[in-house]
Design a protein around this ligand. Structure first.
Ligand code: AP5
Length: 219
């Protein structure tokens, strides 16, 4: 049976994390979010966390050199043998080129690329109303995906937080960085047969269903 070795693309706030979590649950494959990994490093005040905190807060990209170290050690774990979802990597052309080599070395080629297309204004609206559980990472939205009790995680019961880079001016900078550095990466992957563009502006249910249909086609 073919494996799901997936790349998720889309602007900040496109819904990559939200949909990737659904895919991870359904197909039992790890959701590897480089953004989550970096935020965990910041929260634990590790050496890496200290190095990247101000970069994350400003919405700029962490250097390719650091990101390659982060992703290399993650892809060397055994759980990727059953498939994986890369969310937030690669984000630059040098990262994409390095990933090709890395996956060739571990004999685990990409089998599907999902690009969630969403416009800038939708992104700004979604991100400024996003809230996150600091314990389990569940993603909420105070307009579209509210928790059962105001500002409280349905699963952990702890108070939800807002990411430091979710302020409107930072979101607009992140979008700019995305268009400059990451959009060319999407163009690079469009040549693959397994590249799929999904309209990410529908509800979570609609987008999830469309992505599941694509994945069933791949399998
Ligand atoms: P990262 O964490 O990857 O941020 P991002 O790409 O900007 O994406 P987001 O996490 O903001 O959005 P998402 O698409 O996952 O949306 P979500 O599902 O949460 O990276 C953060 C930073 O880390 C970067 O700026 C950079 O500094 C650094 N970094 C990470 N990787 C790097 C790399 N490879 N190289 C260099 N630097 C790197 O959804 C957003 C909101 O919308 C939520 O509230 C959700 O509930 C809601 N929502 C989602 N889908 C829908 C829908 N269909 N309808 C309505 N609401 C929806």
């Amino acid at each position: 049976m073919k494996k799901l070795n997936l790349l998720f693309f889309g602007p900040p706030g496109a819904g990559k994390g939200t949909i990737a979590k659904e895919v991870s649950k359904k197909y039992n494959i790890p959701h590897i979010s480089t953004g989550d990994m970096l935020r965990e490093a910041v929260a634990s005040e590790s050496e890496l966390g200290k190095q990247v905190k101000s970069i994350l807060d400003s919405g700029q990209l962490v250097s390719d050199e650091i990101m390659l170290e982060v992703i290399k050690s993650r892809l060397n774990k055994n759980d990727v043998d059953k498939g994986f979802i890369l969310d937030g990597f690669p984000r630059t052309l040098p990262q994409a080129e390095a990933l090709e080599t890395l996956l060739k070395d571990i004999k685990n080629p990409i089998t599907g690329i999902i690009y969630l297309e969403v416009d800038e204004e939708t992104v700004v609206k979604r991100i400024t109303s996003r809230r996150i559980c600091p314990k389990c990472g569940k993603i909420y939205n105070i307009i579209t995906l509210k928790p059962k009790i105001d500002n409280t995680c349905d699963i952990c019961g702890v108070e939800l937080i807002q990411r430091d880079d979710d302020k409107e001016e930072v979101v607009r900078d992140r979008y700019k960085v995305y268009m400059e550095k990451t959009y060319p990466v999407i163009e690079f992957y469009k040549k693959y047969n397994q590249f799929f563009t999904v309209d990410g502006s529908g509800t979570v249910e609609i987008v999830t269903k469309e992505v599941f249909n694509i994945l069933e086609g791949i399998l």
